[in-house]
Design a protein around this ligand. Structure first.
Ligand code: FES
Length: 79
């Protein structure tokens, strides 16, 4: 199981899963809207951008399109 860091906290994710699925499995919201509402994946196929997160310092990555990998750092600070 890959070890990933989410918002500075270490976690383990399932093999062959996406970042968006890993966040959902851990009960972590993908991001917060400008009005403060929690947002989570909607389409699961790269269209809605509701799953956007920062991955290894690169902002606005679609979590539903990226597979977790060992050592990955994810931040849910995207607006
Ligand atoms: S869930 Fe819609 S783009 Fe990722």
């Amino acid at each position: 199981m890959p070890h990933i860091v989410i918002n500075g906290t270490p976690h383990q994710a399932d093999e062959k899963t996406t970042v968006a699925a890993a966040l959902m499995n851990l009960g972590i919201t993908s991001r917060t809207s400008v009005s403060g509402q929690p947002r989570n994946p909607l389409c699961g196929m790269g269209i809605c951008f509701e799953c956007r997160v920062t991955i290894d310092g690169i902002a606005y990555q679609r979590g539903c399109q990226v597979e977790v990998r060992e050592g990955m750092e994810v931040s849910t600070d995207a607006i």
